[in-house]
Ligand binder design. Structure first.
Ligand SMILES: [Zn+2]
Length: 342
């Protein structure tokens, strides 16, 4: 990246109310058929314009064409039956009705590649595309076929690698894998989770990122966070493995979370996409608050490796709040950029 402190968002951005019910995850579409296809692309153009207007450097589709960051990808795979639903505990935290793996999983055709090519055609800015990570995918399903989390994760890793190679060919600059499950199942991460992620990024020449967070600002997550005590040291369990991995960028929470900033010392050498915006509050950060978070991070990460971002996706927020937060992120990064180059 030729700019210092390039800004980006972790993932989803709010959808317009004419596309889907606002301020909600898994929000149902307001249209169908060709009208829905056209509306998704219009929303993608709009979210891109809003990011550009706010001064965001690495832009994304804001996940306007998908209902959910995990399930929409899975919907396009063979071997998963969405009519056979089972209730499972997601992230060991909240119960959800999820589809079932009923046979060998495979990707009959590319999933997001047309959307990524469409985004590529709309902007000259660097673009980032998010995919779910293998461990987070298996944690959002009931598996009645492989009956092994590890085995299924390896299958998904191979499918994700196919998709990632196609996204790279479509001109995506950074492919991000969302792995909130890395923040919960530490033993599995170290046993096979990291290895399956390495399989997913194998052979890629574009940059790769992993996003590990404490989740959307929804009630189940907020309640869980209250049980984590005053210091959140979950990252400590997986950072040493990540530091040695081939992943280029680590995307993390920081603003208002109780993660001790010094933990990022454990991933020294990696680019750090740091959450300087809290997605669990409607309060819009000031530029000074963003700058303060970035300055504290700079004690542990080299300036050319710090990428200011949001803690997580902003889909559950109002468009107005999200716009304010994007502008604050940009303004805060700019303050620190000026200090660094003064
Ligand atoms: Zn997240």
């Amino acid at each position: 990246m030729d700019i210092l402190l390039p800004t980006s968002t972790a993932g989803s951005l709010p959808k317009p109310s004419w596309l889907a019910e606002p301020e909600k995850i898994w929000s149902p579409w307001a249209l169908d058929g060709d009208a829905l296809i056209e509306a998704k692309r219009d929303a993608l153009r709009l979210t891109l314009q809003e990011q550009a207007h706010a001064g965001i450097d690495i832009v994304s589709d804001g996940e306007q064409t998908r209902q959910h960051f995990v399930t929409t990808f899975i919907e396009h795979l063979d071997g998963v039956d969405f009519t056979q639903r089972e209730t499972v505990k997601i992230r060991d935290r909240y119960e959800a009705s999820v589809p079932s793996v009923v046979g060998s999983v495979s990707r009959p055709k590319p999933v997001f590649v047309d959307d990524a090519a469409f985004l590529r055609a709309q902007t000259e800015q660097p673009i980032k595309w998010a995919l779910p990570g293998p461990m987070t995918m298996i944690d959002t399903l009931y598996d009645g076929h492989y009956k092994s989390r590890e085995k299924l994760a390896w299958e998904f890793a191979q499918i994700l690698n196919q998709e990632a190679r196609d996204l790279e060919a479509a001109g995506v600059d950074i492919i991000q894998f969302d792995e909130p499950a890395f923040n919960v199942f530490f033993d599995d991460v170290n046993d096979w989770g990291m290895a399956t992620l390495e399989r997913a990024i194998e052979g890629l020449k574009c940059e790769t990122a992993i996003h590990i967070c404490y989740g959307y600002g929804i009630k189940a997550n907020n309640d869980w966070k209250k049980t984590l005590g005053s210091e959140w040291r979950q990252y400590e369990a997986v950072f040493p493995k990540l530091q040695q991995s081939n992943v280029d960028i680590i995307s993390l929470e920081s603003k208002n979370s109780h993660v001790p900033m010094e933990l990022i010392e454990l991933i020294r050498g990696k680019k750090v996409m740091l959450g300087a915006i809290d997605v669990a509050t409607n309060e819009v950060e000031t530029a000074e608050a963003v700058a303060d978070t970035l300055r504290r991070a700079l004690q542990f990460v080299d300036a050319d490796k710090l990428y200011p971002s949001t803690n997580c996706g902003m889909a559950p927020l109002s468009r107005q709040v999200a716009r304010g937060k994007l502008a604050a992120l940009s303004a805060g990064a700019d303050m620190v950029r000026q200090e660094l180059t003064a």
